[in-house]
Design a protein around this ligand. Structure first.
Ligand SMILES: Cc1cc2nc3c(=O)[nH]c(=O)nc-3n(C[C@H](O)[C@H](O)[C@H](O)COP(=O)(O)O)c2cc1C
Length: 324
């Protein structure tokens, strides 16, 4: 698959979705190590970049061990998005991804993210201006529409392609659906099967297992799959899906020793980036899934949720290792 000049040398590329508070550099590197073909940063606010807000600038950090990586931007003003894209390009991503799909209130209230689906002219103006302003390929992540009565994705995708966008990832929900209901992949397939489209179309939404990946691919024929929630605390999802797609059998799930080692490494790398307190707090989101399937795990999970230091986490991990 080609994203502009960037080659992703796989029949079916597996992409790790951009996710706020999840896809920081240590986790992105883990996803790549475990079979993701490409990763994306958490979304960065164009206005935050222009203000040089520390938290936003940190989101531009990309490391060699995670390439190819896309840095994702969101915003509403054309000029701010162009300036932010220039700043972002200097950070050296392989692509710049534009977020036209976030349904969170504080984002859509400013006319950004998924609100852009109600204003395709502005969406296309931003896309076109950013494409002109930078040399790296520019991609888009969006949803099928705003609500049940406004699903403009087929026309919008054509216009984005005409504006020079190199790949579109589509989450098969409307903004109004947030994360409820099920993703409707039929509209993603409509975009993919539109004879005018020639850029890669990536399907996203509810790929949660090797079997769902196979089913989506067979039924909807997209160029690649993007996985979000199923990778939280479970970067092994990528190698499991890959193995199933290529051989028809899923590879063995990770052993407990592997889970403990990978999650501890994840925490230690996070600590060196953001300090012990924040890293220990943030990794809590991953625990339930790092230890998915262990019987009677609840007491350990409760203990992990109370940890505040690396030493405390190591102590509970030791107990988990002895208990199973
Ligand atoms: C906690 C969380 C954070 C997210 N952050 C982002 C983000 O920063 N940028 C983005 O484009 N989508 C974001 N998303 C949406 C996901 O990338 C993805 O489109 C969505 O979860 C559907 O895919 P899934 O069913 O595989 O999870 C986020 C979703 C969740 C649940």
């Amino acid at each position: 698959m080609h994203i502009g000049p960037l080659l992703i040398d796989r029949k079916t590329p597996l992409l790790a979705a951009p996710m706020e508070d999840i896809t920081d550099p240590p986790f992105r590197a883990l996803c790549r190590q475990h079979g993701a073909d490409m990763v994306f940063t958490e979304f960065a606010s164009s206005e935050g970049l222009l203000r040089e807000a520390r938290k936003t600038l940190n989101k531009l950090d990309v490391l060699e061990n995670e390439r190819p990586v896309g840095i994702q931007l969101f915003g509403h003003r054309v000029e701010a998005m162009v300036e932010a894209a220039r700043i972002t390009e200097a950070a050296g991503p392989d692509v710049i991804d534009l977020n036209f799909g976030c349904p969170v209130k504080k984002v859509i209230a400013k006319g950004a993210g998924a609100a852009m689906l109600k204003d395709p002219d502005r969406m296309v103006s931003i896309a076109s201006a950013v494409v002109q302003a930078v040399k790296v390929p520019v991609t888009v992540k969006t949803r099928i529409g705003w609500d049940d009565s406004l699903k403009p994705i087929v026309e919008v995708a054509e216009r984005l392609q005409d504006a020079g966008i190199s790949m579109i990832s589509i989450h098969g929900r409307t903004a109004r659906q947030l994360y409820g209901g099920t993703a409707d992949w039929s509209m993603i397939a409509e975009v993919k099967n539109n004879p005018r489209m020639h850029i890669p179309i990536i399907g996203n939404g509810d790929v949660i297992s090797p079997e769902t990946a196979r089913e989506k691919l067979d039924r909807y024929g997209v160029d690649g799959l993007m996985i979000g929630r199923a990778m939280i605390g479970y970067p092994w999802i990528f190698r499991e899906v890959r193995s199933f797609l290529e051989t028809g059998t899923a590879c063995a799930p990770p052993t407990l020793a592997e889970r403990l080692e990978v999650s501890l490494g994840h925490l230690e790398r996070s600590i060196s980036r953001k300090g012990e307190r924040l890293a220990v707090l943030e990794i809590r989101k991953h625990y339930a899934r790092y230890f998915k399937g262990l019987p009677d795990f609840k007491p350990f999970k409760l203990q992990l949720m109370k940890t505040e230091t690396l030493d405390q986490v190591k102590e509970v991990f030791g107990e988990i290792g002895r208990a199973y």
